[in-house]
Design a protein around this ligand. Structure first.
Ligand code: HEC
Ligand code: HEC
Length: 324
């Protein structure tokens, strides 16, 4: 595989069946649905406290993550696991570290009712939305029904998330044939990434997100986190400590790393990956090159106007941030 690279046939890599593909701009987006979903994504009134929105833990000003080892939920609860980026999550084969949600729509219902996250219920969330006249009108326009359902809420949020893709990274420009887009150091990093075997798990348009793999192939990964990985879903012992391979798109922005958020820097994450997944001890120079390559994966961040949320009405149930 490195032969093609060494020969410099950059665009040959960008084919169906090649190792990598570019991130494409979002297509076939239902604009009305996505605009509504954007509001819901930013609306903290879908939480019990009235304070936590999807954007609290998947901050679109910070690479779609919260940059914390594990997230902070309702009443400052310590979350069990690192918050993955929502950027390019539409490319994932399934959602969550263990893949327990099939798609974005199924995923979006989870956090609202999760007592450790937004701590609300679907019924209460619908009650709040129904009490806000501008929302009621917008749901009616988008879905053509009188009754608002949680299904519509998750469908709209998932439609918005489809737009959260990050095309046009320097790596993509290079894949498309612009030889100037990457420096020799970054290209040396890409070559190490391929020749060392990182690419076995981090491939495709997202450089990840398309398979479940063992964390700790060559040597075990030591963690204080309690997550067991894919086995929580399949019940199979062989799946223990298998996690969805995270995307490396925008990885420069989504620190700290790993499901337990234990690696603070990219350099540390690359070192751990080399040793535990491949039995390789990268030199400082090799590590720096791989990190330089990984930073070329930062694409154009979603650009949009911050949504202005419709005000609550006199009938809207008020949030209860401090109740037991
Ligand atoms: C309190 C923090 C928090 C809030 C609020 C929150 N999330 Fe998450 N989100 C997480 C964490 C942590 C995970 C990983 C959980 C796991 O894998 O077990 C996650 C996972 C996800 C994923 C899966 C990404 C992947 O690569 O697997 C998506 C998509 C997502 N959240 C979207 C949302 C949406 C939409 C909302 C609002 C309805 C939301 N989140 C609210 C913390 C949060
Ligand atoms: C056998 C499959 C496999 C190989 C090979 C592999 N990785 Fe990974 N990579 C994973 C898995 C699985 C995770 C998530 C592990 C976890 O969080 O517990 C991961 C996580 C990462 C992360 C952290 C991403 C994040 O958002 O938390 C980086 C960076 C990374 N890998 C880079 C590399 C590099 C560089 C190489 C080559 C030196 C490599 N990987 C080789 C499977 C692999």
């Amino acid at each position: 595989m490195s032969a093609a690279l060494a020969a410099g046939s950059a665009s040959a890599q960008n084919t169906e069946g090649g190792l990598f593909q570019i991130v494409k701009p979002a297509a076939n987006v239902n604009l009305g649905k996505s605009e509504l979903g954007k509001k819901l994504y930013f609306d903290p009134r879908l939480s019990k406290s009235g304070f936590i929105s999807c954007n609290s833990c998947h901050n679109l000003s910070m690479g779609g993550s919260d940059n914390l080892p594990t997230s902070i939920g309702d009443k400052w609860q310590q979350g069990p696991i690192n918050s993955p980026t929502v950027l390019n999550s539409s490319m994932n084969l399934a959602q969550f570290w263990d893949g327990r949600a099939a798609d974005l729509k199924e995923q979006a219902g989870g956090p609202i009712a999760n007592p450790g996250e937004m701590a609300f219920t679907h019924t209460l969330a619908i009650g709040v939305i129904e009490s806000i006249p501008a929302y009621a009108r917008e749901f009616k326009t988008v879905f053509g029904k009188d009754k608002i359902t949680i299904d519509q809420v998750t469908e709209a949020i998932a439609e918005f998330e489809k737009t959260l893709v990050t095309p046009n990274s320097r790596f993509d420009q290079w894949l498309l044939g612009n030889k100037e887009a990457m420096t020799p150091k970054e290209l040396a990093g890409l070559k190490l990434f391929q020749d060392s075997g990182c690419v076995a798990c981090h491939n495709g348009p997202a450089l990840g997100g398309n398979s479940f793999q063992k964390m700790g192939v060559v040597a075990p990964y030591k963690t204080k986190g309690g997550a067991e990985g894919r086995s929580a879903v399949t019940g199979q012992e062989v799946d223990r400590f298998n996690f969805k391979v995270p995307t490396l798109r925008n990885v420069e922005l989504t620190y700290p790393y790993f499901h337990d958020g234990a690696a603070n820097t990219l350099s540390e994450a690359v070192d751990v990956m080399g040793r535990l997944q491949l039995g390789k001890n990268f030199t400082k120079d090799e590590n720096t090159k791989i990190v330089a390559f990984l930073k070329t994966l930062t694409g154009d961040q979603p650009l949009f106007r911050l949504p202005i949320l419709p005000p609550s009405s006199d009938k809207t149930p008020r949030p209860t941030p401090f109740s037991k």
